[in-house]
Design a protein around this ligand. Structure first.
Ligand SMILES: [Zn+2]
Length: 259
């Protein structure tokens, strides 16, 4: 039974414990409430959905507050740490491990382009509420969060899931979204596609061989994106699938539910 007063009740539904690398979905009632995560405002969908990423090195606790008029409720979320493996990759061409100044400038320009895409959302509506599926068939050859040692030199963590497969293996959209970026030749990432899944959630697909979509196209889950390749900085053909939520890299394997 609906009690009239219940319509004004403020509520927050989120997990009490989250894990490093998670994409977390919560719901807020009413959707007109203001929500912050550690003092940073979060977008609230028309259905009250909130989405945020838990960074690889987040120690927590995280604090969510929901405010409507003069009422505020708050919830503290504990963060479960993970241990990160070390990924050693040898035999990469020297230009990828110790790039010269000209190559560094290219890397910087590519990264700026990716960042600009992530900060110019096409839509605030979350288009991928039906969930995510693996974008290519094949064994997992690289996991999120690994510390990478390239030709003996420690580098930034690996922020994605690698799926190995021969050149030409089909790559499909893991969820619905809009193609936000297509680049035929980035220095590290090679042929690169980005999808905007709405509400600040992005996928990036790199090292592709062929790209069969154009920026601005709306895709359903399972729509073709192109094929697995070996473009950019790779030691062999594979698809690297990265995901970010409001700029925070999250673990696609956790999003898939393969933990
Ligand atoms: Zn990768």
């Amino acid at each position: 039974m609906m009690i009239s007063g219940a319509a004004h009740a403020l509520s927050l539904d989120v997990p009490q414990t989250v894990t490093q690398g998670d994409m977390i979905t919560g719901f807020v009632t009413p959707p007109t409430a203001k929500v912050t995560l550690n003092d940073t405002p979060l977008h609230v969908g028309q259905d009250g959905r909130i989405l945020f990423g838990v960074a690889r090195d987040e120690q927590g606790p995280l604090r969510l507050t929901v405010t409507l008029n003069t009422k505020t409720i708050a919830q503290t979320l504990r963060v479960t740490p993970r241990s990160w493996s070390i990924q050693t990759i040898a035999g990469l061409p020297k230009k990828f491990v110790t790039p010269n100044p000209q190559q560094q400038a290219r890397i910087k320009a590519d990264q700026a382009k990716i960042k600009a895409t992530r900060t110019a959302p096409i839509t605030n509506d979350f288009l991928a509420a039906d969930g995510f599926a693996k974008p290519a068939a094949g064994p997992i050859s690289g996991i999120f969060g690994s510390q990478r040692i390239l030709n003996g030199i420690p580098k930034a963590p690996h922020y994605g899931l690698d799926i190995a497969g021969p050149v030409g293996t089909p790559v499909v959209a893991p969820a619905a979204g809009v193609v936000a970026l297509v680049d035929p030749d980035m220095f590290l990432t090679g042929k690169t596609v980005m999808m905007d899944h709405g509400a600040g959630v992005y996928s990036v697909f790199i090292h592709m061989n062929d790209i069969s979509v154009k920026a601005g196209e709306t895709l359903q889950a399972g729509s073709p994106l192109g094929t697995i390749g070996a473009t950019g900085r790779v030691s062999g053909p594979h698809l690297h699938w990265g995901m970010t939520v409001a700029g925070t890299p999250v673990d696609p394997a956790r999003v898939l539910g393969e933990r």
